[in-house]
Ligand binder design. Structure first.
Ligand code: GLY
Ligand code: MN
Ligand code: MN
Length: 427
């Protein structure tokens, strides 16, 4: 499957080119204690190889793809301390690269690999120090022969991103699993939360529920935001106590075999929505349902965005939180005070996955195999000029939507978003 993905690049790469994809490095948390290693997503997508400090070079010459990888060298002592390394022999045998070398040979070999090519592509600006290295290797390659032509450098971000945008069956099954595990964790949290719990305790439940189902890590820092904390969009402190009368917004999804889920639910700590909470919640839910309906082949990414803005604007007018003609208020962007983020993003190996949002001058059209989140919200912070009864209410609902041939499939619908279903689950 990984080899196939490399071979599929034949159609996407310019002729006589070399694509360089660097892998991730070990990151340190303090002194020599590292974060758990996670491979860089493009690198993983094209190799399945999970050792640090590796580099891939895919060459397209005479319309044929050949693949080469640099990997950590075999090392008896290091393998005793840190574990097995495939080494170049393993990289060829188990990962089906045409050639493999020790990563200690990168600087020496790269100019030769680039020599004679017209263009070198790599994801520009993504890895610290790598841009300069590419420039150095390329200029050395150009100097090898006074009569050789110059080598252009080009960004590979869109080429790989757009390949990753359409998920294959294997990827879809892993994302479904990530979604299912994450949905189960939300269900467990809804069933058990109570006033006085700390946000941190709830966060720990999610991590536990993910991990015991085989997903050791969350795909991103969970947001566990009680009451007004929900109005801070990237609230990750998760260190306050929950009040019985508050809503709890949890944005949490696991990573399963490298693939992300991304779910948000907002539910009442007490198990029962207040009138104001329910009124806001229903507007967000209407926006959510309208937006999901817009996710289908042929439609473009701005259609769910626009309908969500319109439904939220109309809802806010009905509740007296905005004053005026909904169409005018939509045009003027008045809703942005309450709903200031976009409707969603691609989902895959990265939670904010690779892939463009424009095709040339046009918005990207949905195609079967794409997965997008749909996540409208309304946030009424305490500093807003509204009736006190609304202040501190923050609601977001987020599901993960697979585009299918005929429409879409909501991969996270298992966790209820209907307020009555939430209340009965929490009883
Ligand atoms: N959890 C990140 C996001 O919803 O975009
Ligand atoms: Mn999201
Ligand atoms: Mn999210």
């Amino acid at each position: 499957m990984y080899k196939n993905r490399r071979e599929n690049l034949e159609e996407l790469l310019p002729k006589n080119s070399v694509l360089l994809i660097p892998g991730a490095e070990i990151q340190y948390r303090n002194s020599d204690s590292s974060f758990p290693f996670r491979q860089e997503s493009n690198f993983y997508y094209l190799s399945g190889f999970c050792e640090p400090a590796s580099l891939m070079a895919i060459t397209k010459k005479d319309n044929k793809i050949s693949s080469l990888i640099f990997v950590p060298p075999k090392d008896k002592i290091k393998e005793i301390w840190d574990g097995y390394r495939a080494g170049p022999v393993g990289a060829v045998k188990d990962f089906l690269f045409d050639q493999a070398y020790d990563n200690t040979q990168i600087d020496e070999m790269l100019p030769d690999i680039l020599f004679g090519s017209d263009i070198v592509l790599y994801p520009i600006g993504k890895k610290n120090g790598f841009d300069q290295k590419v420039i150095d290797w390329t200029s050395e390659a150009s100097k090898k022969d006074r009569h050789s032509k110059s080598i252009n450098i080009s960004d590979a971000t869109s080429i790989i991103g757009n390949a990753r945008l359409i998920k294959d069956d294997h990827e879809i099954s892993l994302i479904k699993k990530a979604c299912s595990i994450s949905a189960d964790a939300h269900i467990e949290a809804m069933k058990s939360v109570k006033g006085g719990d700390s946000e941190q305790f709830i966060e720990s439940m999610y991590i536990h529920e993910f991990s015991k189902r085989g997903a050791r890590y969350p795909a991103y820092n969970p947001i566990v935001a009680g009451g007004k904390n929900a109005c801070v969009l990237h609230y990750v402190e998760n260190n306050q106590q929950l009040n019985n009368d508050d809503l709890l917004l949890v944005d949490a999804g696991c990573e399963y075999e490298m693939y992300a889920a991304d779910i948000t639910r907002t539910f009442p700590v007490s198990g029962k929505f207040s009138d104001e909470q329910l009124a806001i919640y229903k507007v967000v839910l209407d926006a959510m349902n309208a937006a999901i309906d817009m996710v289908k082949p042929g439609n473009h990414i701005m259609q769910p965005q626009e309908i969500s803005e319109k439904v939220i604007t109309e809802g806010l007018v009905k509740l007296g939180l905005l004053d005026g003609d909904p169409e005018e208020l939509h045009k003027s962007g008045a809703y942005k005070e309450f709903y200031m983020h976009k409707i969603g993003h691609w989902l895959g190996l990265d939670v904010h996955d690779a892939g463009d949002y424009m095709e040339g001058e046009e918005y990207m059209k949905f195609k079967p195999g794409m997965i997008t989140t749909i996540e409208p919200g309304i946030y009424i912070s305490s500093s807003m000029d509204v009736d006190d009864k609304w202040k501190g209410i923050g609601v977001r609902i987020e599901d993960d939507i697979l585009v299918t041939k005929d429409g879409n499939e909501n991969l996270t619908k298992k966790v209820p978003s209907d307020p009555e279903e939430i209340e009965s689950l929490m009883l």
